[in-house]
Design a protein around this ligand. Structure first.
Ligand code: SF4
Ligand code: SF4
Ligand code: SF4
Length: 267
C-alpha cells in the first residue's frame, strides 16, 4: 500500500494555494529530522508554474504544480556522498538535515530540479511529502489539503485506479502523477475580406503524423486543433463553399500556433 499524488492539470485554477500552504508549513518551522526550516525566500518545494500557449487573441494558459517526484530509482540518493538521502518504506525520499554536508551533488543529479539550497543552514532541502504530518496521523499533506479544486489528490494508488487512467508519472515508480497536461494547438480565424465577415462552417483538414483531423469554423470563424503532440509537422487545408481552397504547409507544433486571421478569396 502506497499513497501517491495525482495532479489533474485540467482542474488547476492557478490559485497558488498549494505553493503557499507548503511554505506556511515549512518556513520557520523546524520539522527535524524530516526537514529543517525552509528559508522565507527562494525555495518552492511545491512550485506552481504558468504555461502560456499561443499568441493574442488565441491564448491558452494552464498551471502545473511540481514537487519532488519521490523517484523509485532516485538519482539524488545515488549522488549523495554522505548517505544523507533515503527512501522510506512508504516511498517518500527524505534528506536528513543532520547528515547533509551541503555539497549540492544531489541538486546537480536531480533531473527534475526540485532541490533547493538553504544558504543559511548550508543544506539541500526539498518536499518531504509532509511526512512529519502523515507520521502523526494527519491524512493529507498541506498542498493537497489546501487545493480548492481537488487538482491535487493524495490517496492510495489502488483507490485511484480509475482516475489514473491516462495519467503519467513524473518519474518512473515515483509518487507524482499528472493527467490532462494539454498538448499544443493550431488555431485561426477564417474570413471573407470583401464582405469583411467571418466564414462559418469552413472545413479545416489537418494532416500529419499519420493522422487526418477535421474541424469546422465556429460562429466566430474560429477553428481549433487541440492537444497535438509537441514537435509535429502538419499541412492544413481550408475550404468553404464559393471560396478558393487555401493550404498551409509545414506547420510545426514546437509550440502552439495561432495562424491569425486567414482571408479566403472568392472563386
Ligand atoms: S525528484 Fe529529484 S530530489 Fe526527488 S527523489 Fe527524484 S531525484 Fe531525488
Ligand atoms: S507534500 Fe508537503 S512538503 Fe511536499 S509539496 Fe506538498 S506541502 Fe510541500
Ligand atoms: S492549489 Fe490546486 S488549483 Fe490552486 S494552484 Fe495548486 S493545484 Fe492548482
Amino acid at each position: 500500500m502506497s499513497k501517491i499524488f495525482l495532479i489533474d492539470v485540467a482542474k488547476c485554477s492557478g490559485c497558488y494555494n498549494c505553493q503557499l500552504a507548503c511554505k506556511d508549513e515549512h518556513c520557520e518551522n523546524d520539522w527535524t529530522p524530516y526537514a529543517a526550516p525552509q528559508p522565507l525566500t527562494g525555495h518552492f518545494w511545491c512550485k506552481v508554474s504558468e504555461h502560456v500557449q499561443g499568441t493574442i487573441p488565441k491564448v491558452k494558459i494552464h498551471y502545473i504544480a511540481k514537487m519532488c517526484a519521490h523517484c523509485a530509482d532516485a538519482e539524488c540518493i545515488k549522488a549523495c556522498p554522505e548517505n544523507a538521502i533515503s527512501r522510506r518504506g512508504d516511498g517518500f525520499v527524505l534528506i536528513d538535515p543532520a547528515k547533509c554536508s551541503g555539497c549540492k551533488k544531489c541538486m546537480d543529479a536531480c533531473p527534475y530540479d526540485v532541490i533547493y539550497f538553504n544558504s543559511e543552514l548550508k543544506i539541500a532541502q526539498k518536499c518531504t511529502g509532509c511526512a512529519h504530518l502523515l507520521d502523526n496521523g494527519v491524512k493529507q499533506p498541506r498542498c493537497s489539503e489546501a487545493c480548492p479544486t481537488d487538482a491535487i489528490v493524495f490517496a492510495e494508488e489502488s483507490e485511484l485506479a480509475e482516475e489514473l487512467k491516462g495519467a503519467s508519472p513524473l518519474a518512473p515508480g515515483g509518487k507524482i502523477y499528472y493527467k490532462n497536461i494539454p498538448g499544443e494547438f493550431i488555431g485561426g480565424t477564417v474570413y471573407d475580406p470583401i464582405e469583411k465577415e467571418v466564414i462559418i462552417g469552413a472545413v479545416c483538414l489537418l494532416t500529419g503524423g499519420g493522422l487526418t483531423l477535421r474541424a469546422e469554423t465556429d460562429s466566430y470563424g474560429d477553428f481549433w486543433f487541440r492537444d497535438l503532440p509537441r514537435g509535429g509537422e502538419y499541412t492544413l487545408e481550408i475550404s468553404a463553399k464559393g471560396f478558393k481552397t487555401k493550404q498551409f504547409a509545414q506547420i510545426r507544433t514546437d509550440k502552439s500556433v495561432n495562424l491569425d486571421d486567414i482571408p479566403l478569396e472568392k472563386e
